[in-house]
Design a protein around this ligand. Structure first.
Ligand SMILES: *Cc1c(COP(=O)(O)O)cnc(C)c1O
Ligand SMILES: [Zn+2]
Length: 388
């Protein structure tokens, strides 16, 4: 609503937000939407939120769409931040929470980003959207595109969980399976988009998905009564949620809602695909592609992310880190979280629990710290991962 322009995350070059944009035209890095926060803060107040819609659109002033008529919504966001008392007791933790993103439309947090991205596509009058997907992004794009009456062209690895592929088809999307990884799917979109007239909505190559995902940060603060947790564990693929939350913290500080204190941010990856973990421990600014990427947690099978440098910077600035866990640890974690707390989490969500155990064992995280785990998706979409 109070969107002013787009700014490059690497070279700060400004771009016009009144026309469709992808990456920075000068350096090829992601663009971030910028707002007139002084104007936004005149109507977006903590008190005003009480009467607002129970979706991420409650933060309307810091979301990009110009006119309410272009909002494409299925009720995404404002998911529960559940306490996890039985797991907390097991590990001697004072405060442990699980943000349950499986309750979003299409059962994952990808709904947040696709709601804002498809709304902007509608505002711009775009007719055909395309994206590579490791699984859940495809389902979310298919749903919001259907809702907006826009075509969706989705490219997925052939071994993507079946539920994601079927979901995309039943939501009316055009699905192409590729023998390769999400990076190969992205290359296919890039190669064909000009001739086909597709607009590319890949993670962070489209400036507005991050705006939907940043609302995770607004919700954390609102649900914790305008404080932030000490530690956040986030299962990382392209990293949009992690960088989005950090953007939200910054905006909220400028709105006068929170102080300068930030959570320690930890990126959790699979041992079979851990470009961020490797780059973090090597002290590198960018992450080299992880060759031969393999993990059952399809959302984490992202061997190369365009937002790598933004993530690495946040992990370091926040005093956090990066942790890899094995598929066996994740799958065991699904049952441990499920049996203790009654949530059938995605392997990606269980990965954060497995990573927490490592961080507690090495005393990187202490028992008095408040910890938030992100369950980014639903276990029912990954039936292939579990024994019959
Ligand atoms: C996409 C996805 C992730 C990774 O999210 P990014 O924001 O791309 O890092 C994690 N978990 C699930 C279930 C996903 O679908
Ligand atoms: Zn740039």
């Amino acid at each position: 609503m109070h969107l002013t322009h787009l700014a490059c995350t690497a070279c700060a070059q400004e771009h016009d937000a009144s026309v469709p944009q992808n990456v920075c035209t000068a350096c090829g890095k992601p663009l971030y939407p910028q707002y007139d926060l002084a104007a936004a803060g005149r109507t977006l107040t903590k008190a005003a939120l009480a009467a607002r819609v129970k979706s991420l659109w409650r933060y309307r002033e810091v979301l990009p769409v110009r006119s309410d008529a272009d909002i494409v919504t299925l009720g995404e966001g404002l998911t529960p931040l559940l306490s996890a008392p039985r797991l907390a007791a097991k590990h001697g933790l004072a405060k442990l929470f699980i943000k349950d993103e499986s309750l979003n439309p299409t059962q994952s947090f990808k709904a947040r980003g696709m709601s804002t991205a498809v709304s902007m596509a509608k505002q711009f009058g775009l007719k055909k959207l395309a994206a590579p997907s490791a699984g859940n992004a495809g389902g979310a794009l298919a749903a919001y595109a259907a809702r907006a009456g826009i075509e969706a062209h989705i490219f997925m690895p052939a071994d993507t969980p079946r539920a994601n592929v079927i979901e995309c088809r039943e939501l009316g999307a055009h699905v192409t399976l590729i023998n390769g990884l999400i990076t190969d799917c992205g290359a296919e979109v890039a190669k064909r988009k000009a001739a086909e007239g597709w607009f590319d909505v890949s993670t962070l190559k489209e400036p507005y998905r991050v705006e939907g995902k940043k609302t995770l940060g607004y919700e954390l603060a609102e649900q914790l009564d305008w404080t932030l947790p000490d530690v956040v564990l986030y299962p990382t693929g392209g990293g949009t949620g992690l960088v989005g939350m950090w953007k939200a913290f910054d905006e909220m500080e400028r709105l006068g809602w929170i102080g300068p204190k930030r959570p320690r941010m930890f990126s959790v990856q699979a041992s079979g695909c851990q470009p961020i973990v490797r780059a973090f421990s090597a002290g590198e600014k960018f992450a080299a592609e992880h060759i031969g990427a393999s993990t059952k947690a399809s959302g984490l099978r992202v061997p190369k992310a365009i937002g790598d440098f933004i993530m690495l910077d946040i992990l370091r600035k926040s005093g956090g880190g990066a942790v890899a866990v094995t598929d066996e640890e994740m799958i065991a974690g699904v049952r441990e979280v499920g049996a203790a707390e009654g949530l059938f989490v995605a392997p990606e969500g269980a990965a954060t629990y497995a990573a927490l155990k490592h961080l507690l064992a090495t005393k990187t995280v202490g028992p008095d710290e408040s910890v938030v785990l992100f369950n980014t998706g639903a276990g029912v979409k990954y039936l292939e991962c579990f024994g019959g």
